[in-house]
Write a protein that binds this ligand. Structure first.
Ligand SMILES: [Zn+2]
Length: 232
């Protein structure tokens, strides 16, 4: 069955069936899946593609939460459910579906890894992407928002004067402000910071995903202490 899951080229975008708009299989494959360990502790955010690989191998089960009720499915029982939903026209808006050669399957939002019982380290990676996300892609001096390509990283206390590569000393800045500030502190340059930079408690990308309706079901399993990084 694994080999047969080759998704067709997506139908003309936003095609509708049973009145429910369907996103293309390709984009559905890119959606995110929360992976729990054996003890129902959230450990990763992975792509749907990766989740299906794990499910095909029988190394995980699908977890659903419906009105506070939990459900669990193997790949086969999930497929049966999907067939039934398709037949009865019970697909809901906001779901992601993938069309395979012989069947259509809904992308699960949560899976539970049957043999994995480790717990990830709760630290957010200090990198460019996470700093931009923490600061909302907003220059911390002029307050304007820019795309990643037009932003740079600024050391609040300049590196040349001993400022470190830390969450508390690196902020998002547009190129213009970065150049204007030069090797000075915000006080010296008379360029006050918009907000005091701090270490985020949770991955900024995860925060963004959690805020969306699509992944709201993850909130059932995530506590404020979970800070792992989405892995794709
Ligand atoms: Zn700026």
């Amino acid at each position: 069955m694994v080999a047969q899951v080759v998704h067709r080229s997506p139908p003309s975008s936003a095609s509708e069936e049973d009145g429910v708009p369907r996103r293309s299989s390709a984009s559905a494959m890119q959606s995110s899946v929360l992976a729990l360990n054996r003890n129902f502790h959230p450990v990763h955010v992975i792509s749907a593609r990766r989740a299906f690989c794990i499910l095909f191998k029988g190394q995980a089960e699908i977890i659903t939460v419906d009105d506070g009720q939990f459900g669990n499915y193997t790949f086969d029982t999930w497929l049966e459910l999907c067939e039934m939903k398709t037949e009865l026209g019970e697909r809901q808006a906001g779901e992601d579906w993938i069309s395979a050669v012989n069947f259509d399957i809904q992308v699960p939002r949560i899976i539970r890894l049957s043999t994995y019982d480790r717990v990830p380290r709760n630290t957010v990676k200090f990198n460019r992407r996470n700093i931009f996300l923490r600061d909302g892609h907003r220059c911390q001096y002029c307050g304007k928002r820019y795309s990643s390509t037009r932003l740079s990283l600024d050391h609040v206390m300049p590196k040349s004067r001993g400022g470190g590569d830390t969450w508390e000393n690196v902020v998002c800045a547009c190129v213009r402000c970065n150049v204007a500030k030069g090797g000075r502190t915000p006080q010296e340059a008379n360029m006050p910071l918009l907000t005091m930079p701090t270490r985020p408690k949770r991955s900024p990308l995860l925060v963004r995903q959690l805020a969306s309706q699509k992944y709201s079901v993850w909130r059932t399993f995530l506590t404020s202490a979970d800070a792992f990084e989405p892995t794709h």
